[in-house]
Design a protein around this ligand. Structure first.
Ligand code: GLA
Length: 682
């Protein structure tokens, strides 16, 4: 079943922490929220000690007052289960609940996420607080839904407590059945790692050169994901059973967690926390950085989980902790731009983080809409503007769906294996960003498509073009799926290192690209990394005027195996000169392209032309700095979002008459978009 958020109108709201403020402020806060057009607040995700001040004694008075007052002011409430921050009494009495570093040091009380998913006592106490809260609020007229924990796997996504080592053994026993099978899957004969007793088996531990067994490291990530999901499942089951009329979700998109599986199995829809201003401290690399526009790609990944979704934390101010993340303030207009960025990509509920900047604790520099002084400021006014706008257009746009004819394909196994394996992981990052930029700058909206077990070719055939940059681990099942997609008319672009590993991460003893060799009509004859001090060779493109492209990072010399295959580019220099680098193979009704390198922006843009993909909206001319996104209703009504991510004005040309939804005016001809401005054309 599709995991979408179903809203009648796009709702705005804010994260609110009544426990951070004197009670006298609440009423004025709630009034002003309503006044800004907010309708939903999210609370309680870190407040365990208030609900359970000592083990087994529960108290709801504090949050009852806050929630009842919010209700009186017409606000709806999303409640977080408070398990991201275990109480001091709990970690003191049961230190075994603490998460432990790989080297064996326990993470102590004082921050958050200092617990592990597998401690039996933590699971029991988490289940109990969840049940108590659900029983208490299941019929509250203001409470619409639940957020499980907060950002599972954020801050830290590795776990090495005793309980984790033990649970890993059980997980491996279920997966492999015997030590012989485990030894085989982990290639344990290499360097004498063979296990003769289950007690010898652990999650990775500190090793010389920090080089653990790669097959074990891959299983570790799968195990962490399963552990997080099973911890969430414990709560989801209680919430479903106790509060069946309220929805259940969680917020995130973090490492070592299969958020697709979690959502499919447990949640009603997925929620994301969007902080585009991280780009000011961690900009994307390579040509023409996307900066905050890169969050559009993150939102595409979220959309691949939930076609319409919620943003539970939308950046509204400068971000910063006392000791890290020194971000500048969003410029005037950027908060609004980022809000519409989320909406353009499918968010039908957007809650800002946070109502007022905390004046205590680690996050005193993670600014909210209101400043400490609580006086009017420009962010409050910007929120008011957005509130007014959504008040008039929110109903129209809600439930419409983002439109894409192309997708970048991903999967968790390669993502996790590629974290350790430098021979394909970094290539995937380079190539993915190159393709994201190519789609962005060419104004071709694109999705993220995650390969799942038992996926049907129909799900792929929604797209004219799929790019699966470096599927090092490629099972026969996935290869068959991709072949069927191309057979039935799809266009597929693959890059170097495809298909050389099996699901354990062993290298296949067969010519690359293994199970898709026939589909691509080639084999890999020779290959090399471009060494750190070497000059990358160039390739010469057959079809393009921009004929020369640098083949960075990795070079495979291809051998054409199919008589129908066409060589589209050869190496110009290096010892590979003259060898095919890019081959197009007709297969059934479609085409497979194989490139023996990592993609850069230039090549990705040229390949889009060769594959014949053009932008879906031909009646607006949009400069590169402006993102184009399209949401469409089943009944056909279509909204073209134009988002100016630049600090300077941008000129667009509207070649017919279109309604500018935000102002209600008809526009045509040339239109100037101010810095960070948004246009929604109907
Ligand atoms: C995360 C958390 C919030 C807050 C913000 C800002 O997204 O969910 O509780 O900590 O980051 O740091």
């Amino acid at each position: 079943m599709e995991k979408a958020l179903h809203m009648k109108r796009i709702e705005l709201g804010v994260c609110y922490y009544p426990e951070h403020w004197p009670e006298e402020l609440w009423e004025d806060d709630f009034k002003r929220m309503k006044d800004l057009g907010f309708s939903i607040i999210r609370m309680a995700e870190f407040a365990w000690t208030i609900f359970e001040p000592e083990e087994g004694r529960f108290s709801f008075d504090f949050f009852d007052s806050a929630i009842n007052l919010a209700h009186q002011h017409g606000l709806k409430v999303v409640l977080g289960t408070p398990t991201a921050t275990p109480p001091a009494w709990l970690t003191h009495r049961y230190p075994e609940v603490l998460n432990v570093s790989q080297a064996g040091t326990a993470y102590q009380h004082g921050m958050r996420r200092h617990y592990n998913y597998n401690s039996p006592v933590y699971r029991e106490l988490s289940a109990r607080i969840t049940r108590k809260m659900a029983e208490h609020y299941k019929d509250h007229p203001a409470v619409i839904g639940w957020q499980i924990d907060n950002e599972l796997n954020c801050e830290i996504n590795v776990f090495y407590s005793e309980a984790d080592h033990r649970a890993f053994r059980t997980w491996l026993q279920q997966k492999y059945g015997s030590l012989e099978q485990l030894n085989q899957a982990w290639g344990a004969v290499f360097w004498n790692q063979t296990y003769t007793d289950w007690e010898q088996v652990h999650l990775t531990r500190p090793t010389v050169s920090d080089s653990p067994n790669p097959h074990q490291a891959l299983d570790e990530k799968r195990f962490i994901s399963d552990s997080a999901i099973s911890f969430a499942a414990l709560q989801a089951e209680i919430l479903r059973e106790t509060a069946p009329n309220q929805w259940v979700t969680t917020n995130g998109l973090f490492g070592h967690l299969d958020s697709h599986e979690m959502t499919n199995e447990l949640l009603d829809f997925f929620a994301y926390d969007s902080y585009p201003n991280f780009s000011s401290i961690y900009p994307d690399k390579g040509d023409k950085p996307l900066l905050d526009r890169k969050w559009s790609w993150n939102l595409s990944a979220v959309r691949s989980i939930s076609p319409t979704f919620a943003v539970f934390e939308q950046q509204s101010g400068p971000g910063g902790w006392v000791n890290r993340m020194e971000q500048p303030a969003p410029k005037p207009g950027q908060m609004r731009l980022w809000t519409y960025q989320s909406i353009a990509h499918g968010a039908d509920m957007v809650l800002y983080f946070r109502w007022r900047t905390a004046n205590i604790g680690t996050e005193i520099y993670w600014h909210g809409i209101n400043d400490y002084h609580n006086q009017p400021n420009r962010r409050v006014e910007e929120a008011r503007k957005i509130g007014n706008e959504l008040n008039s257009i929110g109903e129209k746009i809600a439930e419409s769906r983002y439109q894409a004819q192309a997708a970048i394909v991903r999967d968790y196994d390669n993502e996790w294996d590629g974290e350790l394996d430098h021979w394909h992981g970094p290539l995937a990052q380079e190539s993915t960003m190159a393709w994201v930029k190519a789609f962005q700058y060419q104004h071709i909206p694109a999705d993220a498509l995650y390969i799942r077990k038992d996926m049907k070719a129909e799900e792929l055939l929604k797209y004219k073009l799929l790019v699966y940059p470096h599927a090092a681990i490629l099972t026969q099942e996935t290869a068959d799926l991709l072949s069927e997609y191309v057979q039935k008319g799809g266009k597929l672009i693959l890059g170097a290192r495809t298909g050389y590993k099996n699901e354990h991460g062993h290298c296949n003893m067969a010519p690359f690209p293994g199970p898709v060799s026939e589909l691509c009509g080639i084999s890999v004859e020779d290959f090399t990394r471009v060494g750190p001090y070497e000059e990358a060779p160039e390739i010469v493109l057959e079809w393009s005027e921009e004929r020369r492209v640098r083949a960075d990072h990795f070079n495979e010399a291809l051998k054409v195996e199919s008589p129908k295959a066409e060589i589209l580019a050869v190496y110009e220099n290096s010892y590979l000169a003259g060898k095919p680098a890019l081959v197009k193979n007709p297969y059934g009704e479609g085409f497979a392209y194989y490139y023996g390198g990592a993609f850069n922006l230039q090549l990705a843009e040229e390949l889009l032309k060769e594959a014949g993909l053009s932008k879906p909206v031909d009646w607006v001319k949009v400069p590169e700095k402006v993102e184009l996104a399209v949401r469409k209703h089943q009944n056909g009504s279509t909204f073209v979002f134009l988002l100016n991510f630049d600090h300077s004005p941008q000129e667009i040309e509207v070649e017919k008459e279109a309604k500018d939804l935000l102002t209600g005016t008809i526009v045509s001809g040339s239109v100037t978009m101010n810095p960070f401005d948004v246009l929604i054309l109907e």
